[in-house]
Design a protein around this ligand. Structure first.
Ligand code: ATP
Length: 283
């Protein structure tokens, strides 16, 4: 009995696929499945050949398979391949938020807030998941993709684990997630909860207003160290960041994880900010 929705490997011709990207786990291809374009994520054989790792991966995928939300990339199934681990997700034509920021640079405030709302809604869905919250743990601009219609969706739950209990802290066991977006408590290997994603979210929103990361040239690990031990945070010049956005970001990257807002609260605040920006745009 498989924990995941299995797709016969004959249904997808991988040799016809186009390479669209490469991540830590393997390559991503654009392929045709049942007449539609989908993304096929291949997992490196060095990872997939380890039975324990592979089983853990399949468990994560089985969890992802149950998720359905307009701001979460839709999982489609695992290819029933004898010696490779390949899974299919919906294909997001516009690529990642990282690509978008590289191409466009700074976003106008209304677009940035609309994008922030998309991410927050997807993350709220994960955090409110029952019976256990899902912590993403590696929320970065590369793990946010955009559909042709312009909607942002959160992806890549490979590193996420089911939170035990409501918001019971975790002990870090290994390097989890990208240093550039890492919450201080994760870097310090302390117990942590859902609010690590809120910290990463704030850094992403900051980048959307600014057109890229701050301290771009700095080694990401050193940056995480300074954030964890010297409370270093990005600058928020008033000419770029509306006052309520500044306040929201400061709350979200608060050094005390308990003081950070939940995604439900963030959505409420962003909706008010959006309304005010829209009103200003009209008058
Ligand atoms: P990491 O593995 O370190 O998290 P990553 O998120 O970039 O890095 P992948 O998730 O493997 O790694 O994706 C690699 C690239 O492939 C992405 O940056 C994105 O450009 C593209 N990609 C991934 N999934 C999709 C998808 N569903 N639709 C369209 N493009 C995708």
């Amino acid at each position: 009995q498989s924990p995941c929705c299995l797709i016969d490997s004959n249904e997808v011709d991988m040799t016809e696929g186009t390479l669209i990207g490469e991540g830590a786990y393997g390559e991503v291809y654009l392929v045709k499945w049942r007449g539609t374009e989908v993304a096929a994520k291949t997992i490196r054989s060095s990872i997939a050949s380890n039975k324990i790792v592979k089983d853990n991966f399949l468990k994560e995928l089985a969890l992802w398979q149950k998720l359905r939300h307009p701001n979460i990339v839709q999982f489609l199934g695992v290819l029933n391949h004898p010696d490779r681990l390949i899974f299919l997700t919906e294909y997001l034509r516009n690529g990642s938020l990282y690509d978008i920021l590289q191409k466009k640079g700074r976003l106008d405030p209304l677009t940035a807030v609309a994008y922030a709302l998309d991410i927050a809604r997807g993350m709220n869905y994960l955090h409110e998941h029952k019976p256990h919250a899902i912590i993403h743990r590696d929320l970065t601009p590369r793990n946010v993709l955009q559909s042709e219609a312009g909607r942002l969706k959160v992806t890549d739950f490979g590193l996420s684990k089911i939170a035990q209990g409501k918001d019971v802290g975790y002990k870090m066991t290994g390097g989890t997630g990208s240093y550039r977006y890492m919450a201080p408590e994760v870097y310090r290997r302390e117990s942590y909860g859902k609010s690590v994603d809120v910290f990463s979210f704030a850094l992403i929103v900051h980048e959307m207003f600014q057109g890229g990361p701050s301290n771009r040239g700095e080694d990401p690990e050193k940056l995480a160290d300074k954030r964890a031990y010297e409370d270093l945070r990005p600058h928020l010049p008033s000419i770029v960041y509306p006052e309520p956005v500044k306040k929201l970001l400061r709350d979200c990257w608060h050094k005390n994880p308990d003081r950070r807002p939940t995604f439900a609260e963030i959505i409420g605040q962003l909706e008010i900010i959006q309304e005010n920006l829209q009103r200003k745009a009209i008058t």
